[in-house]
Every structure is written in structure tokens, then in C-alpha cells.
Write a protein that binds this ligand. Structure first.
Ligand SMILES: NC(=O)c1ccc[n+]([C@@H]2O[C@H](COP(=O)([O-])OP(=O)(O)OC[C@H]3O[C@@H](n4cnc5c(N)ncnc54)[C@H](O)[C@@H]3O)[C@@H](O)[C@H]2O)c1
Length: 259
């Protein structure tokens, strides 16, 4: 119960890694604000959090809308009585070659993956200071922030940018008692990978499931990641055991990329 009584705000909490993080933080003793574009499907996460005996609120919204994000954080403070941890987890992937990437694809992924994390970091920093205490800002990242992969260049560019925002924010916010770290998963079996695999099949003629299998085949620990593997590490970043750590974006990938 290292974060017992704290309030955590998780974006992209309707499914996948975000849902697992919300559930794990609830098991650690936090109350949860659940935020997602798919507001109508947050109920599943909320039910699971409440089954752990914690309070939860569900808020539909878009991480690229700063006013909406601020309103969601204000609602969190009003209804849950505080705000101590933010997990900027929402993100999307795209698959395309450098030659074929469109301007629309560029704008969409940079908006969600980079602007969304920047806004989440800004809104949290302002609110933590207003509340008169420090806090934990935790940003989703990827092996793609440490390595690049054919057809995933744009995704990788956004994750490299998030790493830069994370370490810069850590330097600027340390004096306010705010730490800023990230987590870099490898190959996690979620809706995101289903979409990556489907797009690879469409663009390269690979069989459905083949791209996922190839990537997962390189993992030293012999299996793809579960969302829970990632949530365990985020639990550490959200709790007091990581108090002396800031500006870092470690790999939690079962042994795939080594830095
Ligand atoms: N799945 C993996 O293998 C993997 C690996 C490395 C990093 N990641 C990162 O982890 C994070 C979560 O990935 P996942 O696999 O759980 O993905 P997912 O697609 O299963 O879930 C992402 C969630 O984010 C929400 N979302 C998307 N855009 C949003 C927006 N603009 N505003 C609010 N919510 C939005 C979606 O509705 C969805 O519920 C992402 O940032 C992703 O880049 C995933």
C-alpha cells in the first residue's frame, strides 16, 4: 500500500496497458481518475478499480484538448479530493514507410503522442504546484524511443520526442518536488499491436500474426509482455521507492533492446 490515499489520473485507461496500470495503482491503494477518448468503455476499468475497494471516476475526453484536460483534472480534485500522480499513457501507433507517410498521418500522431503528453505534463505540473505539493508525472514511451524500426519511423519519432520532453520537464520541475519519468515497453499484446500487425499485413503482404510473432521472437525472456508486466514498473514509478529517480525512461521489454 505504498501509495495508499493518493489520487492517480490515467489517460488511455479504457483498455490495454492503461487499464492494467489503473488496476495496479488501485491495488496499491490509490483512487483513480480514468480518462479516455472512448469514455463509454471506461466502465469496465471503473468496475475493476471499484472491486479493489478504491474510488474511481470515468471521464471521456481527448488528450489533445488542453481545456478539456484541465477540466478533467479539476473534476478529479473536486470529486476525489486530491491529485498526486498522472500517467500520460494514451498513444497511437502508425505503420508506413518514410516515402509514403502523409502529412495527415504526421499531424495526427504528433498531436496525440507528443502534444497529448506535453499537455498532460503541463496540466499536472500547474495543478501540483497550485495544490502546494510535489507529484509524479509518468509518461508512456516505447522501445521505439531507444531504437528505430522500418515502417515505424513516425511512431519512433514521436516516442523520441516524448523522451526529450520527459527529461527536460524533470530538470525544470525537480525544485518543485515533481519527478518526471517514463516507461518503455517492448511487445505487449494489446489492441495497438493488433493494429500494427494488421497494417504490416496490408502493406507488406505478411500474414496476419506474422509480424507480431517475429518481433516477439527476439525477446530474451521468451514471451511477449503482458500489460501487467508494464503496470508493475509503473507502480514503482508512482510510489515512494522511485523518489530519487527523475528524467529517466527505462526499458521494460523482457530483454529486447539493450541501452
Ligand atoms: N502495445 C505495445 O506493445 C506498446 C509498446 C510500447 C509502448 N506502448 C505505449 O503504451 C501506451 C498504451 O498502449 P496500448 O498498447 O495499451 O494501446 P491501446 O490502443 O490498446 O490503448 C490505448 C488507449 O488510449 C486511448 N486513446 C488514444 N488516443 C487518445 C486520445 N487522443 N485521448 C484520449 N485517449 C486516447 C484509446 O482509446 C485506448 O483506450 C501507448 O502510449 C503506446 O504507445 C505500447
Amino acid at each position: 500500500m505504498s501509495i495508499a490515499g493518493k489520487v492517480a489520473f490515467v489517460t488511455g485507461a479504457a483498455q490495454g496497458i492503461g487499464q492494467a496500470i489503473a488496476l495496479r495503482l488501485a491495488q496499491d491503494g490509490a483512487d483513480l481518475a480514468l480518462f479516455d477518448l472512448k469514455g463509454d468503455t471506461l466502465g469496465d476499468t471503473q468496475t475493476k478499480v471499484e472491486a479493489e475497494g478504491r474510488r474511481a471516476i470515468s471521464i471521456g475526453g481527448d488528450v489533445t484538448d488542453k481545456a478539456g484536460f484541465e477540466a478533467a483534472v479539476n473534476r478529479t480534485v473536486e470529486e476525489l479530493g486530491g491529485f498526486d500522480i498522472i500517467v500520460n499513457n494514451a498513444g497511437i501507433a502508425q505503420v508506413n514507410s518514410i516515402e509514403e507517410i502523409t502529412e495527415k498521418e504526421f499531424d495526427t500522431i504528433f498531436n496525440i503522442n507528443v502534444k497529448g503528453v506535453l499537455i498532460g505534463t503541463q496540466v499536472a505540473a500547474v495543478k501540483f504546484k497550485e495544490l502546494g505539493h510535489g507529484g509524479k508525472i509518468i509518461n508512456a514511451n516505447s522501445i521505439a524511443a531507444h531504437e528505430t524500426y522500418p515502417m515505424l519511423g513516425l511512431y519512433s519519432a514521436t516516442k523520441h520526442a516524448v523522451r526529450a520532453i520527459t527529461s527536460t520537464a524533470a530538470k525544470e520541475l525537480a525544485s518543485a518536488g515533481i519527478t518526471v519519468n517514463g516507461y518503455s515497453p517492448g511487445i505487449v499484446g494489446t489492441g495497438m499491436w493488433e493494429e500494427i500487425d494488421r497494417r504490416f499485413a496490408e502493406l507488406t503482404g505478411a500474414e496476419i500474426g506474422a509480424t507480431y510473432k517475429t518481433y516477439a521472437g527476439g525477446i530474451a525472456l521468451g514471451r511477449p509482455s503482458t500489460p501487467e508486466d508494464v503496470a508493475k514498473f509503473v507502480s514503482f514509478l508512482a510510489g515512494p521507492d522511485s523518489d530519487y529517480m527523475t528524467g529517466q525512461t527505462p526499458l521494460i521489454d523482457g530483454g529486447l533492446v539493450y541501452r
